[in-house]
Design a binder for this molecule. Structure first.
Ligand SMILES: Cc1cc2nc3c(=O)[nH]c(=O)nc-3n(C[C@H](O)[C@H](O)[C@H](O)COP(=O)(O)O)c2cc1C
Length: 354
């Protein structure tokens, strides 16, 4: 039996296989609007046989964009072009997912291919980022504005409103971005969160925002919609967020209605020492799945069909997520199915090639 190509059901959504297109910022928008690029980029990966295709980190408010080119979902006008992409994905047999996000203190940068994605100063077309505490990501960058409790309430609402719009756009899976040093992760990690109120200090206080956002998003979407949370399972840095804390967070957000933990890592501080290698984040997924008893996704340097198959077969993750490999080959699932000796989810239009 080939596990990678068995269906997987969460709530009322059944994925045709365990291969997921990991969210990838395309930095190709103006004012947050999806374009034909998104339709083709996401659509071709649905045609390529993925079980679930995630749209990139999509900002819940304008100042929560990493760059001015980020995708957004902070106003109702954003729904229509997103709906076009989501509809195409669904029509081609994949589930349509979207990652809702806020960049926190890592906001207001150039797109990566312009001056290495360096920060844009507020007077130069950028803006002042927001964060749990007034600590910039890098020395010399703009000091972020420390969010007030009232502003935090507004942000929780912004995530809920974004999720509601995502449902209207036809997305079937919602992922909250709680990883990579962006806003939610900044609250989790003692390296970015120096607050003295109920959102900082103890573990319970640092996870409060993540839990409140999860609960608010869950309340804003249908009971039948699966909710994922992407976390950085470790900061890979002294004094930072740890894997033990991730396991406990997974237990707590499960109670708040999260169905799956997407296990990434890093992004909190520029000096993190990440031990890179094939499948390097799979152990995080394995441990969270086993100890928090919650479905997980593994991501990070998964590139080979046998490797992905083994991860699922050995119960180290329920889903495998691929990012860069999907930029090399949108048809990776078709090739993987063939390599593993199962019937590939080939669109009828392409059958003669397979
Ligand atoms: C171009 C690009 C854009 C990315 N954008 C996002 C994003 O929007 N949200 C996110 O959670 N991760 C993002 N990532 C990280 C990937 O989703 C993935 O976790 C990471 O690349 C490791 O997987 P890989 O080794 O298969 O590429 C991005 C990665 C790349 C290469």
């Amino acid at each position: 039996m080939v596990h990678l190509f068995t269906p997987f059901t969460l709530r009322s959504v059944t994925l045709r296989n365990r291969v997921v297109v990991s969210p990838m910022c395309e930095y190709s928008c103006e004012d947050g609007f999806a374009t034909d690029w998104h339709l083709v980029h996401l659509g071709s990966r649905a045609v390529g046989g993925a079980g679930l295709v995630f749209a990139e980190a999509t900002a819940v408010e304008a100042r929560g964009r990493i760059s001015p080119g980020d995708l957004g979902i902070w106003k109702d006008e954003h729904i229509e072009p997103l709906a076009r992409a989501a509809g195409f994905i669904r029509a081609h047999g994949a589930a349509a997912g979207i990652q809702i996000a806020h960049a926190g203190r890592k906001a207001s940068t150039r797109v990566p291919w312009d001056r290495h994605g360096s920060q844009i100063a507020p007077g130069d077309g950028g803006w002042i980022p927001v964060a749990p505490s007034p600590i910039p990501f890098r020395d010399g960058e703009t000091t972020p504005h420390e969010l007030t409790r009232e502003e935090i309430r507004g942000l929780i609402q912004a995530f809920a409103d974004a999720a509601r719009r995502a449902i209207l756009a036809g997305f079937e899976v919602i992922e909250i971005h709680g990883a990579h040093g962006y806003l939610i992760h900044e609250f989790l990690s003692p390296l970015a969160n120096h607050r003295n109120d109920e959102y900082g200090g103890s573990f319970d206080n640092r996870i409060r925002l993540a839990c409140e956002i999860a609960a608010a998003v869950r309340a804003a979407i249908p009971e039948s919609t699966p909710l994922f949370l992407r976390i950085s399972a470790t900061d890979w840095a002294e004094g930072g967020w740890t894997l033990d804390e991730s396991v406990e967070l997974a237990r707590r957000v499960k109670e708040a209605g999260v169905d799956l933990i997407d296990c990434s890592s890093g992004g909190m501080v520029p000096y993190a020492k990440i031990e890179l290698g094939p499948g390097y984040q799979v152990p995080f997924s394995e441990r969270i799945r086993r100890e928090a008893q919650i479905p997980t996704a593994a991501v990070g340097m998964i590139t080979e069909p046998d490797q992905a198959e083994e991860i699922v077969a050995q119960g180290r993750a329920d889903l495998t997520m691929l990012a860069r490999e999907f930029l090399r080959d949108p048809y990776w699932p078709l090739r993987a199915a063939k390599a593993l000796g199962v019937k590939a989810p080939v669109p009828v239009q392409y059958e003669r090639a397979w």
